[in-house]
Design a protein around this ligand. Sequence first.
Ligand code: ZN
Length: 220
Amino acid sequence: MSEQPGGRGARLPVQGVVREVVIPAGVAGPHQLIMDVRCYAVAQPDGIVVIDTGMPDAEMGIGAAVEALGGGWPDVRDIVLTHLHMDHVGSLFAIAERAPLAAIYAGGPDSPDIRAPRHVSPIGEGAMIQDLEVLATPGHTAGHISLFHEATGTLFIGDAAAVAQGEVVRGPGAFTSDSGRAEESLERLAALGPERILFAHGAEVDSPSDALARMIGGSH
Ligand SMILES: [Zn+2]
């Protein structure tokens, strides 16, 4: 990942895990779609937070990300799922088994439908996962959440938005349960003015707040 100085202060220590996935024609539209799936490991004061677990077989990549932060599986304290879709919970069993000390969290409405080797604690607006604030951002799913690290202005946006061809875009309509609520969530996220947005699909963009505002202001 590119590292640039500036922002509200020190950059958040975060490692991304990227995997390319081919979606067959007819699933998310008439054409085959190649997208990348990203999940993250974040160093926090009391241990590492894993945000989403990618597709099945992501555990090697997530393990490497944890190591790149100077830790190992016993240092993973929290596993947070932005929502229940397969490309976010695919390696949950593998990660939870390797990190037996980690608590698992997901947004309240999504949490009962996530299969996990142990309890998935429902979380909602205003909860804190160490220094990461939980934002309820429903729309893509009813229990979709985003995470915001205020001190560095870093937003983990989940699937509330994505990046395609270098532009911030809405998630595919076929996978969005309530587009009206999704739009309200986007407006709220843009209002935070994040310095840095980490997407579940697509690489970071420069001036992400402007890009997000441009998308919201543009055509649907
Ligand atoms: Zn999704």
